[in-house]
Design a protein around this ligand. Structure first.
Ligand code: ADP
Ligand code: MG
Length: 495
């Protein structure tokens, strides 16, 4: 039992509480209330709560006491839901709980309390929503959310850019399932529901292709999750990271690395070759000279003469190779002047046409007239054409068609020369090596493997590019060498 003093203090404590506390009977009659200074002027004991507090003639629609009565447990409500009068502050909550006696509800306590943040809750909510909306719309990754029927309800700017659909198109008629090729959506949902790809309802960094509006396939890294309401799946959201640019950069990096490696290899081999060539030049000169003296000045029997002829021939071949090596290492002085490339090719062809190897080869020229000049060393340029054309004739084994084309490229700062043959083409495992020094598929004595490495060096020296490819036409074999050279006066030439 409480003492009178305790009861007195308890009442004082309740009365000094700055919020309203009211006790009502199951019939909604006010049994007690705290005498706090807020509100209520007259005595309201025994009045109906809806009448005393809300000036209503009947029970409130949203009556909190009825909720407690019905569910037999405490309830909490925003006062606004009950359409409060001025006695209750606008952003307060009502809290109600039953007072029981012998397991029967005896009365209900209603208290209103302030929800400090509640005043601005809606504003805050709106700001948060706007913030999230902006966050999603401006995300660099495509964000697409769809309900479980595939209907899209979020489609941000990046998603438009990646897919090519406008937001209106996506929201009105795009079925999310149709952006994955080959029934891929099913697979993704399966993975989302599994535990194995980042946890249930989640999919992390999943590499997938999607189909854009115009049918192009876009490589994507996908982060996705299922949105649940309790246990029920209600939607899915995906963050689509476009991999195209990354892949392009990676490809270019690989290409540059290969080119660097190639260039490095060329440079070191070039130095080596030049050193060896110098060393060989003098003794070779001696061998040739003395072999000639032997032949001319001595009466030798025929078989000895034949042997020396052989020595002479082989020594001369060595000398030619050494010459080529020196050229390869660019030990000869170069003179850069503007030249007419059509003219340079014509001269080379003129020299070659009379060789037996070319007798059964048809030569077709498609030269663009008034082609801008190229700044270059004419000897090197001639040598370059000579090597490529000789290779072509050798590949065709002396019969077939040689087509030479020249034209100005679209950007007008480079010209392009194509030299095409009807030979067997270059096997794919050989193709990556053809520009390497000493790489040859020809039998010993026939090829030095230096021709194309020399060509490569010359093209590079002129700020150009060279590629070789096989004809894509299935009915016909053959190789095409494509050389691009900067025109005289363009920036490239000085690179
Ligand atoms: P070589 O002619 O001494 O063998 P190259 O450097 O000129 O050396 O050529 C290297 C290799 O490239 C050749 O051995 C050949 O396998 C290949 N090749 C070059 N041009 C052609 C071509 N037009 N058709 C087929 N293969 C070619
Ligand atoms: Mg060759």
């Amino acid at each position: 039992m409480r003492s009178e003093i305790e009861k007195d203090y308890l009442l004082k404590a309740i009365d000094s509480f700055k919020r309203r506390i009211i006790v009502v009977s199951p019939e909604f009659k006010i049994l007690a209330y705290n005498r706090t200074e807020i509100g209520i002027d007259s005595d309201i004991i025994n009045q109906y709560c809806y009448s005393a507090l809300y000036k209503r003639s009947s029970k409130c629609n949203n009556c909190i006491v009825s909720d407690v009565q019905k569910n037999n447990k405490p309830a909490c409500k925003n006062s606004r839901e009950i359409n409060l009068n001025i006695d209750f502050e606008e952003n307060s909550c009502l809290y109600s709980y039953p007072i029981t006696h012998d397991n029967e509800i005896d009365a209900f306590v209603i208290l209103d309390f302030d929800f400090p943040a509640m005043g601005d809750l809606e504003g805050q909510l709106q700001r948060t929503n706007a913030f999230f909306k902006n966050l999603i719309l401006s995300s660099v990754d495509g964000v697409i959310a769809a309900d479980m029927n595939g209907k899209v309800f979020i489609f941000n700017d990046a998603a438009m850019k990646i897919s090519g659909y406008t937001r209106e198109e996506a929201l009105s008629s795009l079925d999310i399932r149709s952006i994955y090729p080959n029934n891929g959506a099913k697979d993704i949902m399966h993975k989302l529901r599994s535990e194995d790809y980042g946890g249930k309802g989640k999919l992390k960094h999943y590499r997938v292709d999607v189909v854009g509006k115009n049918g192009i396939i876009i490589p994507i890294s996908l982060n996705a999750s299922i949105i649940y309401d309790g246990e029920t799946e209600v939607a899915s959201i995906g963050f689509f990271h476009d991999l195209r640019e990354e892949q392009q950069v990676k490809k270019e990096l690989e290409k540059t690395q290969i080119q660097l490696l190639q260039a490095e290899k060329m440079a070191s081999l070039g130095k080596l070759a030049a050193g060896v060539a110098h060393q060989l030049n003098n003794p070779l000169g001696g061998i040739i000279l003395f072999a000639k003296i032997l032949l001319e000045e001595y009466e030798l029997e025929e078989s000895a003469q034949n042997d020396i002829q052989r020595i002479l021939r082989d020594a001369e071949r060595c000398r030619d190779t050494v010459k080529e090596l020196l050229e390869f290492a660019r030990q000869t002085k170069q003179v850069m002047r503007p030249h007419d490339i059509n003219q340079s090719i014509r001269r080379t062809l003129f020299l070659l046409e009379n060789q037996t190897l070319f007798h059964n080869i048809k030569i077709t020229k498609y030269f663009e007239s008034s082609l801008p000049h190229v700044a270059g060393d004419i000897q090197q340029l001639n040598h370059m054409f000579m090597n490529i054309i000789l290779n072509a004739a050798e590949a065709m084994e002396g019969k077939g068609t040689l087509i030479v084309r020249t034209h100005l490229l679209d950007k007008k700062d480079r010209i392009c020369i194509e030299i095409e043959d009807t030979g067997p083409g270059i096997p794919l495992d050989v193709l990556p090596h053809i520009f390497e020094p000493f790489f040859t598929t020809k039998e010993e004595g026939k090829g030095t493997g230096l021709g194309l490495s020399l060509v490569y060096g010359i093209v590079e020296n002129h700020g150009g590019e060279i590629t070789a490819k096989n004809k894509s036409n299935h009915n016909e074999t053959g190789t095409i060498f494509i050389i691009e050279l900067p025109i005289a006066g363009s920036n490239d030439e000085n690179k």
